[in-house]
Design a protein around this ligand. Sequence first.
Ligand code: F6P
Length: 525
Amino acid sequence: MLEKLNPTGTLAWQNLRDHFFDLQFVKMQDLFAEDSERAQKFHVQWNDFILDFSKNRITTETLKLLTDLADEVSLKEAIEAMFSGKEINETENRAVLHTALRNQNLNNEVSETLIKIETFSNQIISGELVGTTGKPFTDIINLGIGGSDLGPKMVVEALVDYKNHLNSHFISNIDNDTISRKLKSLNPETTLVILVSKSFGTIETLKNAEIVRDWLVSNGMNTENHLVAVSSNIEKSIAFGINPENIFPMWDWVGGRFSLWSAVGLSISLNLGFTNFKQLLDGAYEMDQHFKTTSFDKNIPVVLALLSIWYNNFFGFETEAVVPYADCMKSVPSYLQQVIMESNGKNINREGFPVNYETGTIIWGEVGTNSQHAFFQLFHQGTKIIPTDFVGFIEPFEKSELHDLLMANFFAQTEALMNGKDGGIFAENNANDQNAAFKSFRGNRPSNTILIQKLTPKTLGSFLAMYEHKTFVQGVIWNIYSFDQFGVEYGKKLAENIADEFKTGKVGNHDSSTRFLLETFLRNK
Ligand code: F6P
């Protein structure tokens, strides 16, 4: 089990607080000027990854104190507890073993499922398995929401250059216009639908599934040939009409937001081929080994987590951005929002009491350079400081000069954020420029540079596991449970109650605002 320790009561936290008072106004520009070895000291090179974290408001002392904090909260033991399958998801009495899905010594049920995924993917891709009318499948719909959508969708998009001939579609929201528009554009004879729901009880997915099932039936299709399910609820899947042979299992020791490595990733395997899916798992496995065995000061996920704690809990910077310089990674920020905010958006500590410090950071972002032309103005000259992860690739999929220009922007932004620009001295026209003040940037804005050799299934796997582990480390330090999501589940329940009121046309017991809105909706719909 995880230790229950208020981090603010540790010696390391007290030392970090004192250290913060010494360091809060220190400028990174000066730290770089004083130490020509700074980049050498504050970077990690591992496999195809470089993490340069020298452009942060830290010194060697900061890193030492942060790793002391990790030691004092028994992070090493927590990592071992997770990997060894202890029930660290105590509020749900479950182990947390998404890492077992990419372990090379797989347990039986995991390896059997992988074989099932491989066989099925090969049969669909090759056209050996066909639809009701004998035609090979051309289109795959993934029906699921949250962790049953965001991960697979993001991976299929990010690895678009590895995609095969199958067209991929992801439907998550309960929006009739979206699903009916999509179904109008598809041929039921050649469409395979994967219903992905760990619980098989999520209303959005079930309603969309009913619509798709009706669409298949009304077009004369045998649903057994066109519907498969990924779920831990086998009974409900069968009751819905899925052939037991076409149910891919999931386990309660895999959280939804950590599930793309399981059969939830079936659409990844179908769209990219099983070999690429396996490479993704291998990349994650390698990051798992790095995380498990590397000392904290050189451990990429740990360093990222500690820096985030430094800014969130000592500087009071509430949000963080992630900016990948690759269009195909446009869904990475929303994927990370679920991983990070659903995990660590908690205000009760592991002893069951309210925390007296900040927890879960807010994560957001957009691809570069688009983000430069949208919200970077605030990064450079706003009153808020947004520590940012810049993610870039040395090699593009196809060599091109355009990539150099993209990466020139990537490097330029981190430099500008750190150095700023003194409008008085470097005023564009002359030192008496009346607008000099408006053109000056204070700089001293922190960023991490995550430079990866090339975007491949393997490096993407490592990259995603890196953020999973960063999130875990933060939850351990904050003394919260990162693997439940009771807040979201409460929202699901309330929506069901209101949906029932809509059916009867009678508004129940609500506050005056909600009541007014519900009555207005019912009157005017
Ligand atoms: O959004 C809340 C949530 O419970 C997520 O944790 C989960 O990924 C998603 O709903 C979908 O749940 P299911 O896979 O059971 O349909």
